[in-house]
Design a protein around this ligand. Structure first.
Ligand code: S3P
Length: 449
């Protein structure tokens, strides 16, 4: 689907108690990395449970253009990788659509190759800052031949003959930046070190180790992580079962909490502690979420969640929890709109540079639906209205942001009046099953004509 397609508005309406069991599609972060590392490793990688969202498929296309063979047989994706250090120069620009993770990680992956690579994307991606990735790459000898003002896409990279290993302290809590530097280190002689003062999702480290990279992590007395990767080693194809995405599970989860009389089960949710901040927060707010059938799958903890509607209470979400729930603040803000009292969310500076300025988009969407809230520089405070009386009735600008669209459609399920979003097309970037899956639980969400 092209993101320049005609916008498709959608509406969420007050629904009866949600019920049923749904299985989560694959985790987006792990799916991107599975395509990338499988495309790079020697030999065969087989992936089941891959998220077939537009963002991930773009990463697959990019890897194909650079020499990987990727095919789907039944439920399985089968990849023959190029071998580490053996990517080919792409003949055309790599189009990443809406995908920040795909583009930023690939900049790291190819930046240190002695070749030219051009990155393009949709208007949302083209407005996002890339200096956070380009700055460390420049230190490694990568030239940015062309870029739009402020180091934005479209941009063209040219790698050096031999990249220089660096030691890089990540200045913001960003798994994408950490990962880009580590991936650049894969094609760099010697040891590249990433120093991560605030831990973010660790899928790159865990998966690279699984593929055989010489990567070690040491956490010092201050809790700062030192991640060292020895470049130019061999990566070997793996068998990967991608667990379900907790960031997608967040939508049916919050929907069931706020729609009275709901009782649902969400199966196959990744429980990696770098991703479970929303569940911890909702539990502290009084949510009824039971973790059942906890198990280990593909080196990650996974569980099913039984969720029943709950009377939520506002709280202050610790700022240091933000990295483990960074993509979940929009839907948490919706939950907060139905909670008793005030929910304060500090430490949200990174929300300003997501697929949209999410802090502004959420505040604006809440206000247009009658929610009392304050947007700070890097914080949000929401004063809830249990029962949702008087809420809804607004149209939300989604700014090409899938999570804004899904969050506000969920809001409409419990608000007194319907909530409209101006464009639901972008949902396909991360959660193409969203509409059908929610409808199956009894949610009244429909596209508007
Ligand atoms: C991601 C990291 C996070 C997150 C994004 C996925 C990843 O971005 O918001 O959806 O897979 O590494 P930042 O690195 O910008 O925090």
């Amino acid at each position: 689907m092209s993101h320049e397609a005609v916008p498709q508005p959608a509406i969420g309406r007050k629904s009866q108690g949600l019920s049923g069991t749904v299985a989560m599609p694959g985790d987006k972060s792990i799916s991107h990395r599975a395509f990338m590392f499988g495309g790079l490793a020697s030999g065969e990688t087989r992936i089941t449970g891959l998220l077939e969202g537009e963002d991930v498929l773009r990463t697959g296309e990019a890897m194909k253009v650079m020499g990987a063979y990727i095919e789907k047989h039944g439920d399985e994706w089968i990849i023959q990788g190029t071998g580490n250090g053996c990517l080919l120069e792409p003949v055309a620009a790599l189009d990443f659509g809406n995908a920040g993770t795909g583009s930023r990680l690939t900049m790291g992956l190819v930046g240190t190759y002695d070749m030219e690579t051009t990155f393009i994307g949709d208007p949302s991606l083209s407005s996002r800052p890339m200096a956070r990735v380009l700055d460390p790459l420049r230190e490694m000898g990568v030239q940015v031949l062309k870029a739009s003002p402020g180091d934005r896409m479209p941009l063209t990279l040219r790698g050096p003959k031999h990249a220089a290993p660096i030691s890089y302290r990540v200045p913001m809590a960003s798994a994408q930046v950490k990962s880009a530097v580590l991936l650049a280190g894969l094609n760099t002689p010697g040891i590249t070190t990433v120093i991560e003062p605030v831990m973010t999702r660790d899928h790159t480290e865990k998966m690279l180790q699984g593929f055989g990279a010489d990567l070690e992590v040491e956490t010092d007395k201050e809790g700062v992580r030192h991640i060292r990767i020895e470049g130019q080693g061999k990566l070997v194809g793996q068998v990967i079962a991608v667990p379900g995405d907790p960031s997608s599970a967040a939508f049916p989860l919050v929907a069931a909490l706020i729609v009275p009389g709901s009782d649902i089960t969400i199966e196959n949710v990744l429980m990696n502690p770098t991703r479970t901040g929303l569940i911890s927060t909702l539990l502290e707010m009084g949510a009824s979420i039971e973790l059942v059938n906890r198990r280990s799958a593909g080196g990650e903890d996974v569980a099913d969640l039984r969720v029943r509607s709950s009377e939520l209470k506002g709280m202050t979400v610790p700022a240091e929890r933000a990295p483990s729930m960074i993509d979940e603040y929009p839907v948490l803000a919706v939950a907060a709109a139905f909670a008793q009292g005030e929910t304060r969310m500090p430490g949200l500076e990174e929300l300003r540079v997501k697929e949209s300025d999410r802090l502004a988009a959420v505040a604006e969407g809440l206000k247009s639906n009658g929610v009392d809230c304050d947007e700070g520089e890097a914080s949000l405070a929401v004063r809830g209205r249990p029962g949702g009386k008087g809420l809804g009735g607004g149209t939300v600008k989604t700014h090409l942001d899938h999570r804004i669209a899904m969050s506000f459609l969920v809001m409409g399920l419990a608000a007194e009046k319907p909530v409209t979003v101006d464009d639901a097309n972008m949902i396909a970037t991360s959660f193409p099953e969203f509409m059908g899956l929610m409808a199956g639980l009894g949610a009244k969400i429909e596209t508007a004509v």
